[in-house]
Design a binder for this molecule. Structure first.
Ligand SMILES: [Zn+2]
Length: 275
């Protein structure tokens, strides 16, 4: 898929008749805007020295949701200073778009997808760990600590709080829409195109460390008798030592993951057929 309207703004340059800049948001970025200005160009006032990032965020769109900004048809960085009469097109983070020679607003994508969930997303953090993604989460962390940890460890911040994602230091983030943990899992896997990287039960849901396969004999003392008799596959967390086995809980978690992946695959197919 190519970027629509990449040459937008070839006309309309110059300051004559303009008190501000013309802005157009694409795809799901429109969800942040009032209905009257969705999916169409509209003019906004330009503050003295206004940058692309300042204008985008003044409209309620967190900069972490944005992957590509075109001004008068050319890709620019967030710090680009706008001029009266400029036309700015703003595109969301959308992994499957081929934006080829255009440069994205961030320098480099994070190579390994790691997450930092905010305090309210503990259940999502556990589900992400269950499907194998390195996800930091702490009950006590305030916003500043979350952002600092994300920067230090190159993690994508997950939050339902726009204010947190608008913090200047946040370079990679995603605003979680749903309130329901399994829908949130689907959202995150879909947004970052992660379905192919799912590794079920490779990571501890409690502490985020990796799980190692172990023999029954080595964990016998930690098992309820019925589990020792009926289960044959065991893992132990290399961090906290918790033992996992392939029992009824494992099966219900696997069903949950299968369901989320199935729904994602369906959405992908629908997108292919509807363009
Ligand atoms: Zn653990």
């Amino acid at each position: 898929m190519s970027v629509p309207d990449a040459s937008a703004g070839a006309e309309g340059r110059g300051t004559r008749g303009h008190a501000g800049v013309t802005v157009r948001f694409y795809e799901e970025l429109n969800l942040f805007l009032p209905p009257a200005v969705r999916k169409r160009p509209f003019e906004v006032p330009l503050p003295e020295g206004g940058t692309a990032k300042a204008v985008i965020e003044s409209l309620g769109v967190p900069h972490t949701e944005v992957d590509l900004v075109l001004v008068n048809g050319e890709s620019v960085g967030f710090s680009h200073r706008l001029s009266l009469g400029d036309r700015m097109s703003v595109y969301p983070v959308f992994e499957s778009w081929d934006i080829g020679g255009l440069s994205r607003v961030r320098a480099a994508p994070l190579r390994v997808t790691r997450f930092q969930a905010d305090v309210h997303l503990g259940r999502l953090a556990r589900l992400l760990r269950m499907v194998g993604f390195d996800t930091a989460w702490g009950r006590e962390q305030d916003d500043a600590a979350i952002v600092a940890a994300a920067l230090r460890e190159r993690r994508i911040v997950l939050s339902r709080d726009r204010g947190l994602l608008k913090r200047r230091l946040v370079t990679h983030g995603y605003l979680v829409r749903s309130l329901e943990p399994r829908e949130q899992l689907g959202e995150v896997l879909g947004r970052f195109d992660l379905a192919a990287q799912v590794r079920l039960f490779s990571r501890c849901m409690d502490c985020n460390a990796c799980l190692a396969r172990v023999s029954r004999i080595s964990v016998l003392d930690d098992l309820p008798p019925v589990v020792a008799e009926t289960c044959s596959e065991f893992s132990r967390c290399v961090g906290c030592g918790k033992v996992y086995w392939r029992g009824t809980h494992w099966e219900s978690m696997k069903r949950l993951a299968d369901e989320v992946l199935h729904r994602l695959a369906g959405a992908e197919l629908r997108r292919m057929f509807t363009g």
